[in-house]
Write a protein that binds this ligand. Structure first.
Ligand code: FUB
Ligand code: ZN
Length: 671
């Protein structure tokens, strides 16, 4: 029995911590990103989003008038504008997938409009919708890169040129925009582009699949929104083609090689692990290649398993889940540990300082986890969803909502970042924008749609996956209940659920977080059972019924599996869903001389610290610091290191680097 997220309008977040995040997105992030998309942020990497949309509309008009000159050459990333010259008005700028940034922004706006109507914001977003529609070609094609540069080459490089990825993001935005405004304009644009794609690709037509996944999950969403089966079929086709031989990516490459007079390559699939196209998806068991791609693929596979009942797809999704969470997941909920290809590395390879852990990959992990929960409510999916959300997703954005991390390391020494090219991907400070700005609007759309991850409902059960304070309307066996969840995990693990109104017979299932022991969940007169990490209360629910929840939330010291070489004999500190880190601002440097003492964990003190006017839970734990004498020889006979007592001050990982540059580390050696 599958479960479904509530509509965004059915939940209002009241949780002090998360409401603030969602409000920040509405009040700061979205306006800031609109400026970025229009290239109006001083000293920031340019976005080119609006520029490319308008240039595409002009290219279409010029072609109609017979005046199109493909002088619109591909302008490299170091652009004219960056060099202080104005943009060439008709050229395409940036990466081939630049269109997707604005689509994600529009999706975030749509969710915010569902939270709270806002005519001015809607009018601004309408400007974006109009620009998108004006950039759509008569046959439905919508990708500014090829429209501007050379339309005849469209769909010839699915592997790298992201048309299907842009289509996916357009579709996600279009569905959200329709749900928010009731308007079909953008949805029709997505449908027309979808038909342009399905006229070319599909059973009995050309074989092909996205080089960067997301079209799959977007198509499933379009199908669920419209009931139009053609989108389900196209999504399944893309999943079925992926990784089969002859490899469609190899065939594409060979066509290009032929044009260049180069010998053809074998058409086997095994070369395409980076794209998760190395074997058929139903045979996959290890997460490989580009991490964001893998997360989006897994999300699409889970959708397919739910919507088609495909058992092999479900089994493969579960094997991949085990691979990621059992061998390749950072304690901060990040995935994709290597800079080389922004990718998954070998099992247990989880370095802290060279970590990639792209923000988008953590966002994708949240997408996937929710979909696994819909398939089968198991606490482990929600545990990981929460781990990613409270740590890496949030660390992707500064507390001011105007600076962003793409890469989320677990250990940073700014002076090393400045000088060591092996760390060129690690920024010691969040940036205003990125030439490749996939992450900032991805955070915005996820945080704006947070309610979709908190609760799912089946015919007779409401599953509370995340303890985020809210009011919600759920339906159990066709009868409505209005519920209030009081919770604030940024303070403590005490929560309660109250029935505000309605009457229904059914079950409410409460996830028992993996981070707590001796959880207490109680309510009078309900039958209580426990299954797969959920405490299930069953009975007749009426106004005034209350469930008291107590999740003890002590300060914990975590150790990684001994198979993780990088963190051998190290510990990190966590409390509830938050992973903590030490910062230079509180502890001086170097941080690697700090030592945690396991026996002292019970003496840890929890208090609050104000960072950027934000009240953040902090921890102080008695520890040691090794004396480091710069005059001592580099090597000497071993003696017990001299250490002195010190308090180690820790803040939640998500809040690091909001007080200027400085060292940071999550994992610390033990004494
Ligand atoms: O390729 C599109 C996006 O840009 C990916 O998801 C990110 O990893 C970045 O490469
Ligand atoms: Zn990203």
């Amino acid at each position: 029995m599958y479960s479904y997220p509530l509509l965004l309008r059915q939940i209002t977040v009241s949780d002090p911590f998360w409401k603030r995040e969602m409000d920040l997105v509405k009040e700061s992030v979205i306006p800031y990103q609109w400026e970025a998309l229009n290239d109006r942020i001083p000293d920031a990497a340019p976005s080119w989003w609006m520029h490319n949309m308008r240039a595409a509309a002009r290219a279409i008009a010029a072609r109609k008038a017979g005046k199109y000159t493909p002088a619109q050459k591909l302008v490299p990333i170091v652009t004219e504008l960056e060099k202080g010259k104005p943009a060439l008005s008709d050229a395409f700028y940036g990466w081939a997938f630049q269109d997707s940034d604005g689509y994600k922004w529009l999706e975030a706006v749509s969710y915010q409009l569902m939270r709270c109507p806002d005519a001015a914001l809607q009018a601004q977003a309408q400007e974006a919708v109009d620009a998108i529609c004006a950039a759509q070609e008569e046959d439905g094609y919508l990708d500014t890169f090829y429209t501007i540069i050379d339309r005849s080459k469209a769909f010839t490089n699915l592997k790298d040129h992201h048309e299907l990825y842009c289509f996916g993001h357009l579709t996600e935005a279009a569905v959200a925009w329709r749900q928010a405004t009731g308007q079909d304009t953008l949805l029709n644009a997505a449908r027309r582009f979808g038909r342009c794609i399905s006229e070319r690709f599909g059973p009995g037509k050309e074989r092909g699949c996205p080089g960067h996944e997301i079209a799959e999950m977007a198509l499933f969403r379009l199908y669920e929104e419209t009931g139009e089966k053609e989108w389900l079929d196209l999504a399944c086709f893309f999943l079925d083609v992926r990784g089969t031989e002859p490899s469609t990516f190899a065939l594409e490459e060979n066509r290009r090689r032929k044009e260049q007079g180069l010998p053809e390559l074998p058409v086997t699939a095994d070369r395409y692990a980076y794209y998760q196209a190395h074997r058929p998806v139903r045979e996959m068991s290890e997460a490989v290649g580009h991490a964001v791609r893998q997360m989006y693929l897994c999300s699409g596979m889970a959708d397919a398993a739910r919507l088609t009942g495909d058992k092999e797809m479900l089994a493969a999704s579960k094997r991949l889940w085990r691979s990621v969470t059992g061998e390749k997941l950072y304690v901060t909920g990040g995935v994709g540990s290597t800079h080389d290809g922004e990718a998954f590395s070998r099992p247990y390879d989880l370095p802290s300082d060279t970590a990639y852990s792209e923000t988008c990959a953590a966002v994708g992990l949240v997408f996937w986890a929710r979909r696994m929960l819909q398939l089968e409510p198991r606490g482990q999916y929600a545990d990981v969803m929460e781990q990613a959300l409270y740590n890496t997703v949030l660390s992707g954005m500064a507390l001011d909502g105007k600076h962003f991390f793409y890469v989320n390391p677990l250990e940073v020494d700014p002076s090393a970042c400045d000088t060591d090219r092996r760390l060129s991907h690690v920024k010691p400070e969040r940036q205003k924008w990125y030439g490749c700005a996939c992450c900032p609007p991805n955070i915005a759309r996820l945080l704006s749609s947070l309610p979709a991850y908190m609760v799912t409902v089946s015919q007779d059960t409401a599953f509370i996956h995340l303890y985020i304070g809210c009011e919600m309307t759920v339906s159990l066996n066709g009868e409505e209940l209005k519920l209030k969840l009081d919770a604030d995990l940024a303070r403590d693990g005490k929560a309660s659920l109250t029935v505000l109104s309605g009457k229904a017979n059914g079950k409410i299932a409460f996830r028992i977080p993996a981070w707590t022991k001796n959880a207490a969940i109680g309510s009078d007169g309900k039958k209580k059972t426990e299954r797969d990490g959920y405490c299930i209360l069953e009975g007749e629910w009426t106004r005034g019924d209350t469930v008291q929840i107590d999740f003890p939330m002590p300060v914990r010291l975590l150790a990684a599996s001994p198979l993780v070489r990088e963190t051998s004999d190290m510990l990190c500190v966590a409390r509830g869903p938050f992973v903590y880190c030490a910062e230079e601002a509180d502890n001086g440097k170097p941080l690697h001389t700090l030592r945690l003492i396991p026996e002292k964990a019970a003496e840890a003190r929890v208090d609050r610290i104000s960072i950027e006017n934000r009240d953040v839970p902090a921890i102080t734990i008695p520890g040691k610091r090794i004396k480091a004498d710069p005059d001592a020889p580099l090597y000497d006979d071993w003696t017990t290191p001299q250490a002195y007592d010190t308090d180690i001050r820790l803040i939640p990982y998500f809040a690091w680097n909001n007080r200027g540059r400085g060292e940071m580390r999550v994992w610390m050696h033990r004494m």
